[in-house]
Design a protein around this ligand. Structure first.
Ligand SMILES: [Zn+2]
Length: 203
């Protein structure tokens, strides 16, 4: 049996996909369905089959566990196989490695796992922050009729100006969360964390 077949035989695709923060819903026939991690999926079109293969009916991505890791981490198939080998301790590639090299590989595998967990937490934050902003915008827009100038001659009240400014800022944040780059979202995340810390300091 070649190395790739051994990997497919020993490592569950569902397990690996789950580690990348994709939540799987069991379907009939030992299949799983999920939101596709390779395109902006609105309804679960990513299917995992009991034979260890996957296929997305939205974007057409398909393959096995090695293809999945190669695609999602931007690796060549052989590097993806090596990564899986290290993560699952199969020892297919590193039989000639020294103890030190094995320890390094184990640390790197631990780091990758940590990074993936962080990414999952970050995605979850983006999701919750999106909902929170939508609620806040809704709330603020509800206040507009109360503070809106009654005629064109009336000056803006300080409250009205503050509401308009806040809604404009929140709209920018919403744009970032919906169509922004990962870097822009991370910057937003960091800013929010700093702001939260400052709030805690005040309180
Ligand atoms: Zn897809």
């Amino acid at each position: 049996m070649d190395t790739f077949s051994i990997i497919k035989e020993h490592i569950s695709l569902a397990d690996v996909v789950g580690q990348y923060g994709v939540s799987l819903k069991p379907q009939s026939g030992n299949r799983y369905a999920a939101l596709c991690p390779f395109h902006n999926d609105k309804s679960p079109s990513f299917v995992i089959y009991p034979d260890g293969g996957f296929k997305c009916f939205g974007c057409g991505e398909h393959g096995d566990v090695v293809d999945f890791v190669a695609k999602i981490d931007g690796l060549s198939p052989i590097d993806a196989a090596k990564q899986l080998d290290a993560d699952y301790g199969l020892g297919l590639f590193d039989t000639r490695l020294s103890r030190e090299e094995r320890a390094t590989a184990a640390r790197q595998a631990e780091q990758r796992k940590h990074d993936r967990e962080l990414m999952t937490a970050f995605d979850e934050w983006c999701r919750r922050h999106h909902i929170a902003i939508c609620n806040e915008v809704h709330l603020l827009e509800g206040l507009i009729p109360k503070y809106r100038p009654q005629s064109t001659e009336d000056a803006f009240s300080a409250e009205f100006a503050a509401i308009i400014e806040e809604v404009a800022w929140l709209d920018i944040e919403l744009d970032i969360l919906m169509v922004g780059t990962t870097e822009a979202k991370l910057e937003l995340f960091n800013n929010e964390m700093i702001r939260d810390e400052m709030r805690c300091d005040v309180a």
